[in-house]
Design a protein around this ligand. Structure first.
Ligand SMILES: CC(=O)SCCNC(=O)CCNC(=O)[C@H](O)C(C)(C)COP(=O)(O)OP(=O)(O)OC[C@H]1O[C@@H](n2cnc3c(N)ncnc32)[C@H](O)[C@@H]1OP(=O)(O)O
Length: 446
């Protein structure tokens, strides 16, 4: 269970709002937290994805060791010691619906100031701000997987990393050959709208069968700053790979899918050994997906394709004739923190009828603690209210976050002792209802 960790900022530190005028200081503290091969002078020239009104710093006020005391007083200096920011995702996909979600990001503490409780205090600030903004959930990508569980974040989605050999056999999909293929330099002016609309549509209806089953976690780049930063492609950040390319597949003149990718070529004595690193591979249906993977696995001078962050149930996992040869590994994708239990639980859909009383423990957001009755009909409405009735299941808010997007089963959490059942049958029924037919994932890191 999560231990209470409420802490104010340590003495000598204060919270401040940051603006675009602080861009250099932000990058300075960020490059202390995340060492980079790209110089600050170079980084400062490129757009940042931050929403400045949601960007906060922690300033250290201390005596200036180099200054000469004046009138017996030592002047103080103020330095940015830490920062955090959040993205306002107004339409974050959750099972069967969207919810306002705060995307916690750019968390960094200068090594000089670490392990003094600054992150703990910034988390409290973030939770308060999100709740005040009516955002019942916070989501993030974790730099290190051990950091955020203590704050009530649960690992809610995984993604798949593959190494697909060039020419890997793929099963046929009728209609795949009817696509025309465009391979071009990725360019916002030319491809921006196409990428946005296909990405949104593919998340709303994966596979394109109109089943009403969306892909939870498939968040779009909602703000102009995120858009600008996602499309900017500074050479300094490419690590020897080419500039961003895009393959677009069209059918009857209509775009049906795209994949962004970069190649890197290495000349070996045995011949060329190029690698294709894909960014997003997004298709409206199986035929378009088959057409895209067919292109990506057959580029000249390359020997393998490395898709980055595809769903664990991606089309390609079903199309590969020899999936074992693609050497799959899974990685943690989204971490989810439920900040307002009744709003969050009533704001998603469920895959089965359910009437269950959950005893939720939350050491950091006490308003969440207690017994909550969740009632929902399969793929229909849901309601959640506080109750005095005895609990059917008890769990920490961290496990509720893990299960929230439908990708982690309550029953499997129970096998690890993290969910307790008090009414026989409640665990099975709630697990089935909290699950979702399509695995959650975000296709990009925020
Ligand atoms: C969503 C994102 O942006 S993820 C990016 C996170 N940022 C980074 O990884 C950049 C490099 N690291 C840092 O900037 C800092 O070390 C941070 C942000 C990870 C931690 O900041 P700090 O101010 O040192 O954390 P703080 O002192 O509040 O520690 C809180 C607790 O987390 C623990 N903790 C902090 N960092 C880590 C870590 N990397 N791994 C495991 N535990 C950690 C601390 O031990 C402490 O535990 P306790 O409550 O049991 O005493």
């Amino acid at each position: 269970m999560t231990e209470p960790t409420h802490r104010p900022l340590p003495a000598g530190y204060r919270l401040t709002s940051l603006t675009e005028a602080d861009k250099r200081a932000v990058l300075e503290v960020d490059t202390w937290a995340f060492p980079s091969e790209v110089d600050l002078d170079e980084q400062v020239q490129h757009p940042l994805p931050l929403t400045w009104s949601r960007t906060f710093g922690v300033v250290s006020d201390h005596e200036d060791a180099d200054a000469v005391p004046f009138d017996g007083a030592v002047p103080t200096v103020s330095e940015l010691a830490a920062m955090h920011a959040s993205y306002p995702f107004a339409e974050f996909p959750v099972p069967g619906a969207t919810l306002p979600v705060s995307g916690l990001t750019w968390v960094g503490v200068h090594p000089q100031h670490r392990r003094r409780g600054i992150l703990s205090a910034m988390i409290d600030v973030h939770f308060e701000q999100a709740r005040a903004a009516g955002e019942p959930v916070s989501a993030l990508f974790a730099a290190e997987a051990a950091i955020y569980g203590r704050f009530g974040y649960g690992q809610a989605a995984q993604d798949l990393r593959l190494t697909i050999p060039r020419g890997a056999a793929l099963r046929d999909v009728p209609g795949a050959d009817e696509h025309t293929v465009r391979i071009e330099k990725a360019d916002r002016a030319r491809h921006g709208e196409l990428v946005d609309s296909l990405h949104r549509a593919a998340g709303a209806d994966p596979g394109g069968h109109g089943t009403g089953v969306n892909r939870p976690g498939w968040v779009t780049r909602e703000s102009p700053e995120l858009q600008e930063a996602w499309w900017s492609d500074p050479a300094a950040f490419r690590r020897g790979r080419e500039s961003q390319r895009i393959v677009v597949v069209e059918r009857d003149g209509e775009p049906r899918g795209y994949a962004t990718f970069r190649r890197k070529l290495s000349w070996e004595t045995t011949g060329p050994r190029g690698t294709v690193s894909t960014g997003e591979v997004v298709a409206l249906d199986a035929a378009a997906a088959r057409a895209l993977w067919g292109v990506l696995t057959d580029l000249d001078l390359t020997s393998e394709v490395e898709p980055f962050m595809i769903p664990v149930d991606d089309v390609v996992t079903h199309l590969l004739v020899n999936p074992r040869a693609a050497a799959g590994r899974v990685a943690d994708n989204l971490w989810v923190r439920v900040l307002d239990v009744p709003v969050a639980l009533a704001g998603r859909r469920y895959a089965g009828d359910v009437d269950v009383v959950l005893h939720v423990s939350d050491a950091r957001v006490p308003e969440n603690s207690g017994h909550w009755r969740l009632r929902a009909t399969a793929f229909g409405g849901a309601a959640c209210e506080r109750t005095e009735d005895p609990a059917d299941l008890s769990l920490d808010v961290r496990e509720l976050g893990s299960a929230f997007l439908g990708g982690v089963s309550l029953a499997s959490l129970a096998t690890a002792g993290l969910v307790s059942e008090h009414r026989p049958g409640a665990r099975a029924a709630a697990s089935a209802a909290f699950g979702w037919p399509v695995a959650p994932v975000s296709s990009w890191v925020f």
